[in-house]
Design a protein around this ligand. Structure first.
Ligand code: IMP
Length: 204
């Protein structure tokens, strides 16, 4: 126990501005013992961090800056959007709340499907931006995956818009039909995280 705490004292602390325990576990596994990754709850941050930018990169930067300013830690933060070409990039930065406040993912999907009724161009992409603030240096990492929006839901796995998004490189399956490892291998977030991890590990 004592040994473990001494060892932890040597690790650089960095905050991942999220309360999502799945995201935290994934990052901890990928970064191994190079960094101690703290979540928002670990630093006592329980308030809603403003996310009022008009693009995902802006929101990611805003969250990282907020943590640095209020808590003093180096920090990284992610933001993701689904961009549908026939809807001029909607829902984009509004992906989480497309059907309005208080609505869930099912309502968001219903809104997308009804807006795309009769539309033949179904191309879309997920894009993730990760902003890393170390000292006063800001770095941005991006990941994206191209695909199409189907006319109905397929599969029960995943979350958000997974059941209507079929990536071009996914053997005809939606994200909701794939095993999680397969989704992570080709997904927007998986790719952005891989770039962040390569950078933090000194390989980029
Ligand atoms: P966040 O920035 O990771 O919170 O993502 C914002 C919103 O985008 C989520 O609330 C979901 O609606 C959607 N989203 C993000 N990542 C995914 C994904 O991997 N699959 C499906 N929907 C996603």
């Amino acid at each position: 126990m004592f040994k473990l705490s001494l060892y932890k004292m040597d690790m650089k602390k960095i905050v991942f501005a999220t309360n999502n325990s799945h995201k935290l576990t994934e990052l901890r596994q990928m970064l191994g013992d190079r960094y101690e990754i703290l979540g928002l709850a670990d630093i006592g941050c329980h308030e809603d961090i403003p996310e009022t930018a008009s693009v995902i990169e802006g929101n990611a930067r805003m969250k990282a800056q907020y943590v640095k300013e209020h808590y003093g830690y180096d920090c990284f933060s992610d933001d993701t959007g689904l961009e549908i070409d026939a809807l001029n990039g909607e829902p984009g930065v509004y992906s989480a709340r497309y059907a309005g406040p208080g609505h869930d993912s099912e309502a968001n999907i219903d809104k997308v499907l009804s807006k795309l009724e009769g539309v033949t161009n179904r191309t879309a992409r997920f894009r993730t931006a990760i902003a890393l603030l170390q000292g006063d240096e800001m770095h941005l990492f991006e990941g994206q995956v191209e695909g199409v929006i189907l006319t109905e839901r397929h599969g029960t796995g995943g979350f958000g818009y997974d059941s209507i998004f079929q990536p071009l490189e996914g053997d005809g399956l939606t994200f909701a039909q794939m095993p999680p490892e397969e989704k992570n291998r080709i997904s927007h977030r998986g790719r952005a995280v891989a770039r962040l991890v390569a950078y933090l590990s000194g390989n980029e």
